[in-house]
Each structure stands twice: as C-alpha cells, then as structure tokens.
Design a binder for this molecule. Sequence first.
Ligand SMILES: *[C@@H]1O[C@H](CO)[C@@H](O)[C@H](O)[C@H]1NC(C)=O
Length: 223
Amino acid sequence: MTQLDIESPKHCTAKQPHNSHHHHRHSFINSSSFWKLLSTLFSALLTVILLVWLVLRPSKPSFSLQQASVYHLSLSDSVPAAASFLNSSFQLTFVASNPNSRLGIYYDSLRVYASYQGQQITGLTSFPPFYQDHGEKNLLSASLTGSNLPVAPYFGSEVARDQVSGKLTVRFAVDGRIRWKVGKWVSGKYRMNVECITAMDFGRGLPAGPLTSQQGSRCSTTL
Ligand SMILES: *[C@@H]1O[C@H](CO)[C@@H](O)[C@H](O)[C@H]1NC(C)=O
C-alpha cells in the first residue's frame, strides 16, 4: 500500500525540486566513495608490495676473495717530498655468490681496482657482464695493472714498514650495477660496491716471488 503511494505521479512531481538536490548529494557521495576506493586500492597495493618483499626478501650478493697475488710493484726513485710513480701488476680471483632462493642477479658493469693506504695503485679492470641464477656461485678473475701511477711521497716508506712486519695490506674495491630478476620481471639498476681487505704475505718477497693473500678473505657488499 505505502509503496504504491510513493509511486503515485503526484508524489513524484512534488518531489521534483528535491530530486535535483538529491542528485547533487548523490554525486558528492560518489566522489567520496571514489576516494575511498582509491585509498583501498592504494593500501592493497602496499600490502602486495610488502608481501612480495617478505616472500622474496632480497639478500645482497656476497663476495669473497679466493686468491690475490702481487707480481710486480715498483716505485720510481723520487726526489724527497715529490710524488713518486708506481708500476704494479696484480692477479686476483673473487667468488661471487647469490644467496637468494628466488631472485636472479644481472651484473651489468663490474669494475675493480686495488688501493693501498687510501691510494689507488692499479687502473680499473672491467668484468664482462653476466647473469647469476639463484643460489649460484661464479669465479671472477682479473688482472690489474698500474703504469706510472702517481703516489704520495710517503708511499715507499709505508711499503718498507709493511715489509718489516711481513704483511702488505691491500684493499680491492669493486663497483658496479646490478638488476634483480624475479620470474620474467627484471628490476631497475642498483649501484653496488664491494670492498675486500686482505693482508698479503711478503714471503720471499718481490721480485723473488709474488706476494699472495690468505685464502677466503670476506668482502663487504653495500647496495
Ligand atoms: C714503469 O713502466 C714504464 C713503461 O713500461 C717505465 O718507463 C717506467 O720506468 C716504469 N717505472 C718503474 C718505477 O718501474
């Protein structure tokens, strides 16, 4: 009975001016529910990202120094308080491993150099780009050479002091860019820095034989 009453045409005309007002309010409700929908979608997206991150939880690639040798290290005779010039030759092998169980890593542009007491003692050597599957390990070997590199005047006395102690502490620095791979998706590029510090044994010493590092020096990786 009442429903029939509401649908009567008389009632409808009476409601007409009210109706347009109602329409206005309706569109206002619509836009507020639009924002509600948007914020729901946004928080759903954040939840998905968080879940993906929790499931994948990317771990940094880990590096260790398997072997490093110095074959040549010679310093020009310098006038006191002037820079000396250095020639050097190193051979090194890294082990790079991907500890992730679901992520692959593209290594795009790895370069390495050696430094001693904060001074670069070799030029940069590039590794060819490669892909590393999850859980995989790769050996990376490089020859590093320096020719006529300027070093500070105290360089020679630092090396002489290390020679007395029997250990030459050398730092190897790797910089590069990596991309993560999940299924078919590949991330953007991330900058990566690796630093390995190793004490090389003087042994019989240069030039009688190469200086060699201890096995398995750990390196630190920063992304
Ligand atoms: C370094 O090498 C260059 C060219 O190979 C040579 O002219 C220079 O004398 C070398 N310097 C030292 C300190 O051995």
